[in-house]
Design a protein around this ligand. Structure first.
Ligand SMILES: Cc1cc2nc3c(=O)[nH]c(=O)nc-3n(C[C@H](O)[C@H](O)[C@H](O)COP(=O)(O)O)c2cc1C
Length: 191
């Protein structure tokens, strides 16, 4: 157990409408791994939050701007994102890419530089579930590419991605190899 002062903060963004779905199951196992390695973990169910779409007003790109002009629940999420050492993005594949809720959240991260210095200097974990048996045919690869390109652009470090096929909520738990990989990713995020 690491000492309290050096405990890493891991913030999990649950991007599925299903609180007990497959991406949430992967995220839960990542959280277990991170906590077992001494991290402090917080999970946010973003569908349950008022997160509006980016208005593309660009005011947040002014270095003197106080922050995002949209007064919704992202105002509380921005400081958490800036403070965390690691983020986990958990999303199902919806129509061959990440879920709409996850994309809403990502677009709003445009304003994150107004909430801290080097706010993207994070370790990133990604968890993706999809219904097709094939990662390419499912569209999971599109989500993977989008995360790779986005986090490369902002200089964040993707520590690992876990992804697998399951249709019904919770079925992914039967994939023990994948669940073990999720736990290992969680431990890595706590370092
Ligand atoms: C609106 C919607 C769109 C979906 N689109 C896809 C898709 O494009 N490709 C795919 O493989 N599965 C698709 N699925 C299936 C989900 O990705 C699959 O059930 C996944 O495990 C759900 O994860 P969750 O339990 O975390 O929500 C879709 C499901 C829904 C509800």
């Amino acid at each position: 157990m690491s000492d309290v002062k050096n405990r890493k903060k891991v913030l999990i963004l649950l991007g599925s409408p299903r609180k007990n779905g497959n991406s949430a199951a992967l995220a839960e196992r990542i959280a277990a791994g991170a906590e077992s390695a001494g991290a402090e973990v917080e999970s946010l169910f973003i569908l349950g939050m008022d997160i509006k779409p980016c208005r593309a007003c660009w005011s947040c790109q002014n270095p003197d701007a106080p922050g995002c002009v949209i007064k919704d629940d992202m105002q509380a999420v921005f400081p958490k994102l800036a403070e965390a050492d690691a983020w986990v993005i958990a999303t199902p594949v919806h129509w061959f890419n990440m879920s709409a809720q996850t994309k809403l959240w990502m677009d709003r991260c445009f304003a994150l530089p107004r909430y801290g210095k080097n706010p993207f200097r994070k370790k990133i974990g990604v968890a993706i579930s999809y219904g097709d048996t094939d990662a390419v045919a499912s569209g999971a690869v599109n989500a993977i590419r989008c995360f790779q390109d986005s986090f490369k652009y902002v200089g964040a470090d993707i520590a690992g991605m876990v992804y697998g096929s399951a249709l019904e909520a919770g079925d992914i738990r039967r994939n023990e190899e994948l669940m073990a990989a999720a736990e290992a990713l969680g431990r890595q995020l706590a370092l």
